[in-house]
Write a protein that binds this ligand. Structure first.
Ligand code: ADP
Length: 561
């Protein structure tokens, strides 16, 4: 239920008084009479609404309306005064309570459920005040038996609940007018149920209890109304239906102040209050779902937008990376050509007859050139990885020959001094294989080159081991400086070295192992390292390499089981 206390006042104080008096008179004229009873119900709702919206003056105006109607009906001044006082005070007290509860319980979040519960509390307070004052007035002025006004007060909530719900949802009027189908459906159901009620009441006397049947028919009606998404049509129709039902029974029973009749009204109050509560919870649930759906849609839109932006950025980054790679490859290539000239000329000069100083200097030029060439070659190798090997790159080759070739080259490198380099082959290994020889050569060259570079004394051993039929394991073991724990995983990343001093002491780019790891992956294999700091390292690589159709005799390398 929307906040009744947030509704803007659309009536002035005299209009409130006149409206209350007119409602009371109209009910009496229609035969709803019986003093304070049915006629009071919509007027009480109006009185509470006036007190909520217009505060004290509103309650006063409503009280004036009650007094006016009482006098017009010919009640004595004391009855009219008690009636007016009871309703004015009740409206004021209930409105004050509702305002207090609203201040306390609708922050930070205002829900329809909370508003309805507050409204219910106001209705109870209103009814209790009217009952108390009327009972007091009855006792003092002996208006009749004390039970009648108390029972009469039972009718107040009926008017307040339905009338209040209607006023509170007045802002839905436009929606009801633009789509009257739900209200027509409710009306249709109401008429159907009332017809049924008429049929029951026409049955021979004593067969059915009028109030029991009314209640029975009212329950499904109210529940159905409660499940409607709008408040106004449901509230308006249930108000009318409740009154019509009461009127029908009034015609049958003659008086509404009868125990079973009053009980029916009490039940009707509970049913309407519960149904409106269900309605409020339902509306809250629907708005929560709507909010979630809207939030979800917003998030999805944001994800789509971000994904598009990311894709754009990724494309740009890839393009930039490609351009950079191409630039570096070209520059490296261009640098290599004159560098080869420098190294070549330095070699030529070295071959000539030179004095010791000049020879040392020229040798320095040559070894620096060679080092620079090595660095450039590695950079070129790394960037060339962009071109993945294809089936055309696979050839038949001899694994043992390849290993010996690489080890042989390493023996002539600057790092080979003082260490023994050897190759061993598992006798059960079929060494003729089919695969990407070029890639494997690159892996072995890097691993053996590193092993020699980081070993000052001792040995470097390349082991070729058999795995299951189409797989081999190659191990390159050295007795060098080893790799500390915690640095072993990182070294397979590009530009990673164990620590900053490595490049100063041993040179290098930090690309060799990254190239090995990338090549091993492209060849569907694995690479890893076992190492002990200060004792040496064992780099291993396991690759699927098909056995070649033809096997040649083993080359001249040592065989180890
Ligand atoms: P580079 O040798 O050009 O620096 P790598 O990627 O080949 O680059 O090696 C990365 C780092 O891994 C080396 O700088 C070194 O710290 C460490 N490393 C590689 N091989 C060995 C080895 N056999 N013994 C000790 N450390 C090694």
């Amino acid at each position: 239920m929307p906040a009744i206390w947030a509704t803007q006042p659309v009536w002035s104080l005299p209009a409130v008084a006149l409206a209350v008096a007119a409602l009371l008179s109209a009910c009496r004229a229609l035969g709803f009479g019986e003093g304070l009873l049915l006629g009071a119900t919509p007027a009480s709702g109006l009185a509470l609404a006036a007190a909520v919206v217009l505060r004290g003056p509103g309650a006063l105006a409503a009280a004036a309306g009650f007094a006016l109607a009482g006098l017009a009906w010919g009640h004595g001044p004391s009855v009219a005064a008690i009636d007016a006082l009871a309703h004015g005070l009740a409206a004021y007290a209930a409105a004050a309570l509702m305002r207090h509860l609203a201040r306390r319980y609708t922050r930070p979040e205002r829900t329809r459920t909370r508003e309805w519960l507050i409204f219910l509390a106001g209705t109870v307070a209103f009814t209790a005040t009217v009952a108390a004052i009327v009972a007091l007035g009855t006792a003092v002025h002996a208006l009749g038996t004390w039970r009648t006004p108390l029972l009469a007060a039972n009718f107040e909530p009926l008017g307040i609940l339905t009338c209040g719900a209607m006023l509170a949802s007045a802002r839905e009027a436009r929606a009801v007018l633009s789509n009257p189908r739900p209200v027509l459906a409710i009306l249709f159901l109401g008429v159907a149920l009332l017809t049924l009620l008429g049929v029951f009441l026409a049955l021979p006397g004593g067969l059915v209890s009028p109030s029991g049947i009314t209640l029975l028919l009212a329950v499904p009606f109210c529940l159905w109304v409660a499940m409607q998404p709008r408040s106004l049509d449901g509230a308006a129709v249930s108000f009318l239906a409740a009154h019509v039902a009461l009127y029908v029974i009034l015609r049958q029973t003659g008086s509404v102040v009868r125990a079973d009749y009053v009980t029916t009204v009490l039940y009707l109050n509970i049913v309407i209050a519960t149904c409106q509560l269900v309605h409020a919870v339902n509306r809250d649930r629907l708005s929560a779902l709507e909010a979630i759906a809207a939030h979800k849609a917003e998030l999805e839109a944001r994800v789509v937008e971000r994904t598009a932006r990311l894709e754009q950025m990724t494309e740009r980054a890839i393009a930039a990376d490609k351009a950079k790679t191409k630039f570096l490859a070209t520059v490296s290539h261009e640098v290599r050509t004159p560098l080869n000239g420098v190294i070549g000329m330095a070699s030529v000069v070295l071959a000539a007859d030179l004095d010791a100083d000049t020879r040392r200097n020229v040798a320095m030029i040559r070894s620096s050139g060679l080092h620079l060439l090595d660095v450039i070659n590695r950079i070129l190798d790394y960037f060339r990885l962009d071109q993945a090997p294809t089936a055309h790159d696979d050839v038949d080759f001899d694994l043992a020959e390849l290993a010996e070739e690489v080890v042989g080259e390493a023996r002539y490198s600057d790092h080979a001094a003082g260490i023994e380099l050897r190759t061993t082959v598992d006798p059960s290994l079929l060494t003729r294989r089919h695969g990407y020889r070029q890639g494997l050569r690159q892996i072995l060259t890097n691993l053996v080159g590193n092993a020699a570079k980081f070993t000052e004394r001792g040995s470097v051993t390349v082991r070729l081991l058999a795995r299951e039929a189409d797989a081999v394991r190659i191990e390159v073991q050295d007795t060098g400086i080893g790799i500390p724990v915690g640095r072993r995983e990182g070294i397979f990343q590009p530009y990673e070295q164990v620590d900053g001093s490595i490049s100063r002491r041993f040179g290098g780019t930090g690309l060799g192992l990254a190239i090995c790891a990338e090549l091993a992956e492209r060849m569907h294999g694995r690479i890893g390292v076992l190492s002990e700091e200060g004792a040496g390292s064992l780099f291993w690589v396991e690759l699927p390499l098909a056995v070649a159709a033809e096997q040649s005799p083993l080359p001249a390398v040592s065989l180890v089981g």
